[in-house]
Design a protein around this ligand. Structure first.
Ligand SMILES: [Mg+2]
Length: 300
């Protein structure tokens, strides 16, 4: 039987959740992400750009936060270029870095805002309300995040004996909101911001994978795959491999939705080339096609 481990640091979360989410549907037996020893593989997901389109939410919050302090709105390509560096997974740090590159904090220029103040401005745009409060009261960009998959997608994974879960750099209230309230997953295995070191550190990824398999990773464990949309996600798998060379890992990658538009074909090709260059084993056309890519890889 799967048990929560103390190092998941979830000790405070259930109390808040039980108040907010008590009306959630009970998970059906068909949708059990923890298939323990019977699973053929573990598939972990990044959330932003993979499970939900954050072009109009997190990415827009970066743009508006930078504009708030500098009067400039960075182009999507500038955010992509920053993300391609592999170390700007945290959108607060990414916003601050864009401000630094716009000249704030330099000699004779305007100062950089204090980090805490920037976080408050960013969260005002993104949540538009208390992140720890009732999601029904949120008025920010989080309210307009198209989903890239539906609940049936996870039912298909479970039916194929694939254990699944989420490793995300999003704040826990935001990750819980999309998984539980939007997708109707009642108890999703998840590691979010602050529950493990930021990606590309693989600690959280490795911890959740071992937890889902129910045994230590290594030569006897089933393959562990990760689907992400940034270089940091690919590097997370690469570093996991360095830590556990005998465990089989698979790095799957997908271009984020804003690059999937027909008029973005050229930028998408360059972006996908960066993912492969960083070490992705396979780039897939969209999240919904991940099971077929995983089946192909498992058959090899
Ligand atoms: Mg992402």
């Amino acid at each position: 039987m799967w048990r929560r481990h103390p190092w998941l640091a979830w000790s405070e979360i259930p109390r808040r959740e039980s108040k907010q989410l008590s009306y959630q549907p009970v998970r059906s037996l068909a949708l059990n992400p923890r298939t323990a020893l019977q699973c053929r593989a573990v598939l972990l997901f990044d959330i932003d750009g993979v499970i939900r389109d954050v072009g109009g939410s997190y990415r827009r919050a970066i743009v508006e936060t930078v504009h708030h302090y500098s009067g400039l709105r960075p182009e999507p390509a500038a955010i992509d270029a920053l993300k391609a560096e592999g170390c700007w997974n945290n959108d607060w740090h990414a916003s601050l870095e864009l401000l630094r590159r716009a000249g704030l904090g330099g000699a004779g220029g305007p100062p950089l805002p204090p980090f805490e103040a920037l976080v408050a401005v960013f969260n005002g745009f993104y949540f538009g309300g208390d992140p720890e409060g009732d999601p029904a009261a949120w008025r920010g960009f989080i309210g307009s995040e198209p989903l890239l998959v539906e609940r049936a997608f996870f039912e298909a994974l479970s039916a194929a004996s694939i254990a699944w879960g989420f490793v995300s750099g999003a704040e826990p209230p935001s990750a819980r909101f999309v998984l539980r309230q939007r997708l109707g997953l009642s108890d999703p295995p998840m590691i979010a911001m602050g529950e493990a070191p930021d990606k590309p550190d693989p600690t959280g990824f490795l911890r959740l994978a071992a937890d889902l398999i129910g045994m230590p990773l290594g030569p006897d464990a089933v393959p562990v795959a990760y689907l992400g949309d940034t270089v940091a996600d690919v590097l997370t798998v690469k570093r996991a491999r360095e830590r556990l060379p005998q465990q089989r890992f698979l790095s799957l990658a997908v271009a984020p939705p804003h690059l999937q538009a027909p008029d973005a074909a050229e930028r998408r090709a360059a972006y996908e080339a960066q993912l492969l260059q960083a070490g992705a084993d396979r780039v897939i056309p969209e999240t919904a096609r991940v099971l077929e890519a995983l089946e192909t890889a498992l058959a090899l």
